[in-house]
Design a protein around this ligand. Structure first.
Ligand SMILES: Nc1ncnc2c1ncn2[C@@H]1O[C@H](COP(=O)(O)OP(=O)(O)OP(=O)(O)O)[C@@H](O)[C@H]1O
Length: 787
């Protein structure tokens, strides 16, 4: 090897989209280049704009654009492939620079900036002379000033060149960005810009202030550059998201961007993964911003830093069973098997069950009962006591939120308990009656040998807290006597002597849905200290009625919170609409603060979501079937190299409840010949092409094309359930509405390229239809009852 080659992330993304014949030739090119960059077949020549950029031949039509990136520690010349272009798209006005904020190498190609912007800025691009047609090379002063258009329009961004410089926009794009006058121009500039520039401009374009962008986008991406190495390309290369081109690259290219998340982390993601936290830390961010990816990489990093040993000192947990299976399979493909064996991967209820098993005599375990079945038991108790002041739903909520939520063990505790967020005030005598009823209810469950999931979690938390208390007590006593053995303690059994916290590190995904009991259990399972808890969550996606303030359960994340804003999943068009579903509603940040979607954006673009008003159920299903068939055709359209994609599992239909899921599946199969698979808690059941499930089941998943069916008023939110709270318990009513709104938000953000929402009757009030109408786009038909 006489040259080392790396591939810039943007170039790799471009390659994924190219015909496979170009990919094969590119691979051969890399092979040749590494052996001998000066081989005549490669025809390596400098471009005139920036002395560091060269172009070389991949084949007759395609060129690799390369930047010299210094010499490695072993003396080998390093090159970075910054782009792969058709020869007619190669211009002289290319530049590479080291970003002053991130310290990364950035490549700027003015060729991708829109013509109107270039013209307004007075720039004209100079095509690079192609080797065959090239006249004798003449020095080309770049860029050339062209005629300016007569009437300059108002610039879109309200900031100064100095602001943009401070925010980290690439120097070559600062003046251009300030000449942009329309959103289309800004989008085009963003699409071709280096990553930090794109994020900053998107943030400013979406209305964030310079200060907000600085705080939420620039600061998290900043790196302290070693003095003296600020302009060192070799040092900058180590900070840049690149793939080292070796024999592995062929597989990466063959697999497409499916593997991209394993290879690269965005600098903001990488920072969050690699930071050393002095205590619990949290990453938040809108759907698809890579919170799960960050959590997985964080596990891998923590595992790599473990001292040698056995056992499983790291816990990776999440809320549901199918997400746990997904985390396991992704982690398996990310980590070395030896390190993976040090990670315990369990969903939160499974974890609680293992604690209860450990603490119960054989055969004495209670079996679990669903909330609906438990509610029936409570109804029986109320009936027997001829109690009508409160209905079973109200008391069940009181029990889960207040009694279990705050682990209240005695009547006195309940008298003193704060009931913030609960709609109805309760006097002391009322509390006395309620306590008695709930006591009867839990005794009844106990007698049946049953308990709810929430109850099990609360019991498990108590066992774990007791265990943590013993560990702490022992440690304190040991410290008091200056080390030594505690032979004088009452319980000096070996079980006690070797009692340790279960985990060294805990990583939690989809944390917004965990209950206070879950948090107490987790807190007690890991010793307080550096890197103890790492939490990934988005409270806009909270779809169970759980609320927690982490600081009240001993988890202090202040000063250790970070936010991701770039969606890798959803197009900007889908994201805009989804964000409107939750706009105007306040969300907590799992602590005392609030969380917003400010700066949430995507660099991907696609068609606007479709809103479809239908006449009735049959019409809705018929139109859905037509859309699914159209999508299928699009997915199976042969690629340039003739390959055809398998559409299985790329499309999904999301509905509000299980009954509707069954009806949609039956109608699609029987009336329209479309095969389906139902999403269950164990993943998709059946081998059909289109996945169908309730909104709860879509948490954490993603599909290329997604349809939401039955988005009608009365269903979203379910009037029959929420209506009764409107007057009797306004706070509960608000909570129920929010839960339903969040479900729609989660469902809509599962779509990658195409989203279609349909209803019959009146549309759901959560759909952003009025704005569609006002802007005169999107919606088809106007639905019964109007909007
Ligand atoms: N650095 C990256 N490079 C390429 N793809 C990425 C990167 N980070 C995330 N992705 C991709 O973006 C998609 C969303 O990622 P992920 O599921 O981690 O997001 P999330 O924030 O957890 O989403 P949600 O909150 O909706 O569950 C996935 O397909 C993932 O592979």
């Amino acid at each position: 090897m006489t040259a080392r080659l790396s591939l810039y992330q943007k170039a790799e993304n471009e390659l994924y989209r190219m015909d496979s014949s170009v990919k094969t030739k590119f691979y051969d090119f890399c092979h040749q280049f590494r052996r001998d960059p000066d081989h005549p077949s490669l025809d390596l020549k400098p471009l005139k704009g920036d002395g560091r950029i060269f172009r070389a031949k991949i084949d007759r039509s395609y060129r690799a654009l390369l930047a010299r990136a210094g010499v490695g520690a072993d003396g080998v010349q390093q090159w970075l492939i910054v782009a792969v272009r058709h020869r007619k798209d190669v211009y002289e006005e290319l530049s590479v620079a080291i970003n002053r904020i991130t310290g990364e190498i950035e490549f700027v190609d003015l060729g991708v900036v829109g013509q109107s912007v270039l013209q307004r800025a007075g720039l004209k691009l100079t095509p690079a002379p192609d080797e065959q047609a090239a006249p004798a090379a003449e020095p080309t002063p770049a860029p050339v000033v062209a005629d300016r258009p007569p009437t300059p329009a108002e610039p879109l961004l309200v900031c100064t060149p100095e602001d943009l410089r401070r925010l980290g926009v690439a120097d070559a794009l600062i003046d251009l960005a300030l000449t942009v006058t329309t959103e289309e121009e800004l989008d085009q500039l963003i699409a071709g810009a280096p990553r930090l520039t794109a994020e900053v401009l998107t943030g400013l374009g979406s209305g964030m202030s310079v200060e907000e962008v600085e705080r939420e986008i620039t600061q998290p991406a900043s790196t302290e550059l070693e003095p003296g190495f600020e302009n060192d390309m070799a040092a900058a290369l180590t900070r840049t998201a690149v793939t080292t081109v070796d024999d592995d690259i062929r597989n990466i290219l063959a697999e497409g961007d499916f593997r991209a998340w394993k290879v690269y982390l965005h600098p903001t993601q990488r920072k969050i993964v690699e930071r050393n936290y002095s205590g619990p830390a949290r990453v938040s961010g809108g759907p698809g911003t890579g919170k799960t990816i960050v959590a997985l990489h964080r596990v891998a990093r923590l595992a790599a830093a473990l001292p040698p040993g056995h056992g499983k000192p790291i816990l990776l947990t999440t809320y549901t069973k199918n997400l746990t299976a997904d985390l396991r399979s992704r982690l398996t493909s990310l980590m070395d098997p030896a390190l993976l064996s040090r990670v315990d991967i369990k969903h939160i209820d499974q974890l609680a069950q293992s604690v209860l098993n450990e603490n119960s005599a054989p055969g004495s375990q209670r079996s679990l009962i669903t909330d609906d079945a438990a509610l029936d038991v409570l109804r029986e108790v109320l009936f027997e006591h001829d109690e009508h002041r409160w209905d079973a739903e109200f008391l069940f909520d009181e029990w889960e939120q207040i009694v279990l939520g705050q682990s209240l063990a005695t009547r006195q505790d309940y008298f003193k308990a704060r009931r913030a967020g609960m709609g109805r005030a309760l006097s002391r005598p009322e509390r006395a009656v309620i306590w008695k009823l709930l006591d009867q209810f839990t005794l009844r469950l106990n007698g049946l040998g049953r308990e709810t999931w929430a109850q099990a979690a609360e019991r498990a938390a108590r066992y774990e807290m007791e265990r943590a208390r013993k560990i702490q007590l022992r440690a304190e006593r040991k410290e008091d006597i200056g080390g030594g053995d505690l032979t004088h303690l009452d319980d000096n059994s070996s079980a006690m002597r070797y009692l340790r916290h279960r985990y060294r590190h805990i990583v939690v995904d989809e944390a917004q849905d965990l209950s206070p009991a879950h948090w107490k259990m987790l807190r007690a399972m890991v010793a307080p200290g550096s890197n103890d808890l790492f939490i990934a969550s988005d409270t806009h996606q909270r779809i169970y009625d759980r609320q927690v303030t982490l600081s009240t359960v001993g988890i202090n994340i202040r000063g250790r919170s970070s936010k991701l804003t770039l969606s890798y999943r959803t197009t900007q068009e889908i994201l805009d609409q989804a964000a409107k579903v939750v706009r105007g509603v306040t969300y907590d940040d799992l602590d005392d603060g609030t969380e917003t979607l400010n700066g949430y954006h995507s660099l991907l673009h696609g068609p606007a979501p479709e809103y479809v008003a239908c006449d009735d159920w049959t019409d809705e299903i018929t139109q859905l079937a037509e859309a699914l068939k159209r999508w299928r055709k699009e997915i199976m359209h042969p690629a340039e190299d003739g390959t055809v994609r398998d559409p299985s599992g790329t499309m999904a239909v999301c509905v509000a409840d299980g009954d509707m899921a069954g009806r949609v599946a039956a109608d699609l199969e029987l009336k329209h010949g479309i095969t389906t698979a139902t999403l269950t808690k164990d993943g998709p059941q059946g081998s059909g092409e289109v996945h169908i499930g309730t909104m709860h089941r879509f948490k954490g998943l993603e599909y290329q094309k997604l349809a939401i069916v039955g988005a009608s008023a009365g269903i979203l939110p379910r009037t029959a359930i929420v209506e009764k709270y409107e007057t009797s318990d306004p706070k509960r009513y608000e909570r129920e509405l929010k839960k339903s709104r969040n479900q729609l938000f989660v469902a809509a953000t599962r779509a990658r390229d195409a989203l279609r929402i349909s209803w019959h009757g009146r549309p759901s009030p959560f759909l952003p239809l009025q704005e569609q109408k006002d802007s005169g786009s999107g919606e088809q038909g106007d639905g019964e009852g109007g909007l």
